[in-house]
Design a binder for this molecule. Structure first.
Ligand code: A2R
Length: 319
C-alpha cells in the first residue's frame, strides 16, 4: 500500500513518516518543497521516497498523483501557525485551502480512490463557552484568526468532496500536540529550549513566557500520528474526529516540570506582548468518538513527552 504524507519535513509529518517507515506492507512517500529543510527526516530518509512539489501548484500536484497513485494520503502540509497567520493572512488562507483543493482535484481527475486524512485543528472551535468543555465535534466553530478559518475551510472542503463526489476523506481536529522536533515558537517547545539554553549558559536564567495561567489539552505527537493512521484505517469517510487527551494542563505546571527536571535554577518573566487578549483560558477536547471508532488512546505519558522535548533541545545546544 502506497501512503503519501504531505508536509513530511515538518514536525508532525516527520513523525508520521517515521511511524509508517517500519510498517509492513506500507510504501511511504513524502512530499516537500525543493527548498524544505530535510533535517527532521534525515535519520530515516532512506526508508521513504521523497517527491518535490509545491502543493499550491496544481500541475505539480497532478503530476505527483499520477506518479505515486497513493492508496492513502495524510495531508499535513500547511502554514501551520495560528499566531503567524496574522502576519501572513493571505499566505495562510491561500496555502491551506489551495493545497487541499489541488490534492482533491488531482485525485478526482486521476480517478484515484485514496482515503485522505485531513489535519484540522482545535483552533476551529476558537473560544468555547464554559458549558462546552470538554469540546465535542458538535460544538460551534468560532474561529479567532485567519489560520482557524483556513482550517475550517479545509475541514468543510473535505466534507464536500466526500458527500459530493465520494472522495474518502476523514477529518481530524487535533488539539495541542507536542514532542521532539516541534518549533520553539510554541509554548512547551519554547520553555524546553530556553531551559536547555540556560543549562548551557547561553541564556541568562530567565524564561520568557506568555500567559501561564491557561489550560490546554496536550497529546504527544507520536500518539497523534497513530490516531491519524487508525482514522485512515477505521474512520468513517466524511466524518470528523477530535484527537485529544481529554486532560487539561496548566502552562505554569509545565514550566514547573522543566524547573524541577533541570539542575539549573531560573526565574520566569511574563512578556506583555506575548499575552493574547483573545486567548481562551481553558481548551480541553473530548475524543470519545475517536476512541469508540478506532480504540485509540494516548500511550505516551506526559512526563515522557516533556523529558523527550527537553533532551531534544539539550543535544544541539550543548554541543
Ligand atoms: O515550509 P516547508 O517547505 O518546510 O514545508 C512545510 C509544508 N508546506 C508545504 N509543502 C508543500 N507545498 C506548500 N505550498 C507548503 N506549505 C507548507 O508543510 C512543512 O514541511 C509542513 C508544515 O510543517 P509544520 O509547520 O511543522 O506543521 P506541523 O506542526 O507539522 O503541522 C502539521 C499539520 C498542519 O496542517 C497543521 O495546520 C495541523 O497539523 O495542526
Amino acid at each position: 500500500m502506497r501512503v503519501l504524507v504531505t508536509g513530511v519535513t515538518g514536525f508532525v509529518g516527520s513523525h508520521m513518516a517515521e511511524f509508517l517507515a517500519d510498517r509492513r506492507g506500507v510504501e511511504t512517500h513524502g512530499v516537500c518543497r525543493r527548498e524544505s529543510d530535510t533535517q527532521h527526516i534525515q535519520p530515516f530518509q532512506k526508508k521513504i521516497r521523497l517527491s518535490f512539489c509545491d502543493l499550491t501548484d496544481k500541475k505539480s500536484v497532478t503530476t505527483l498523483f499520477k506518479k505515486v497513485k497513493p492508496h492513502r494520503v495524510v495531508h499535513l502540509a500547511a502554514q501551520s501557525s495560528a499566531s503567524a497567520s496574522w502576519d501572513k493572512p493571505y499566505e495562510t488562507v491561500r496555502t491551506n485551502i489551495l493545497s487541499e483543493l489541488n490534492l482533491f482535484e488531482a485525485a478526482r481527475e486521476g480517478s484515484i480512490q485514496a482515503r485522505v486524512l485531513v489535519a484540522g485543528s482545535s483552533e476551529e472551535y476558537g473560544y468555547p463557552e464554559s458549558g462546552e468543555i470538554p469540546i465535542r465535534e458538535s460544538a460551534m466553530l468560532r474561529p479567532l484568526n485567519p489560520y482557524a478559518v483556513s482550517k475550517i475551510a479545509q475541514d468543510y472542503l473535505a466534507y464536500a468532496y466526500c458527500r459530493g463526489i465520494g472522495l474518502k476523506t476523514i477529518r481530524a481536529r487535533a488539539f495541542n500536540h507536542t514532542g521532539p522536533r516541534q518549533g520553539a515558537t510554541l509554548a512547551v517547545s519554547s520553555f524546553a529550549r530556553q531551559t536547555a539554553l540556560i543549562e548551557a549558559k547561553k541564556q541568562k536564567p530567565v524564561i520568557e513566557t506568555g500567559n501561564l495561567n491557561i489550560v490546554r489539552d496536550y497529546t504527544d505527537v507520536r500518539d497523534v500520528v497513530r490516531a491519524y493512521w487508525l482514522l485512515l484505517e477505521k474512520g468513517t469517510a466524511g466524518d470528523v474526529y477530535n484527537v485529544a487527551s481529554g486532560k487539561g494542563r496548566r502552562l505554569e505546571d509545565i514550566i514547573r516540570f522543566f524547573y524541577d527536571e533541570s539542575a539549573v535554577k531560573f526565574s520566569v518573566h511574563r512578556q506583555s506582548k506575548r499575552l493574547r487578549s483573545s486567548e481562551p483560558p481553558v481548551i480541553i477536547g473530548n475524543a470519545i468518538k475517536l476512541r469508540k471508532r478506532t480504540g485509540w488512546k494516548p500511550l505516551v505519558p506526559f512526563e515522557t513527552t516533556l523529558k523527550d522535548i527537553l533532551n531534544y533541545w539539550r543535544q544541539p545546544i550543548a554541543s
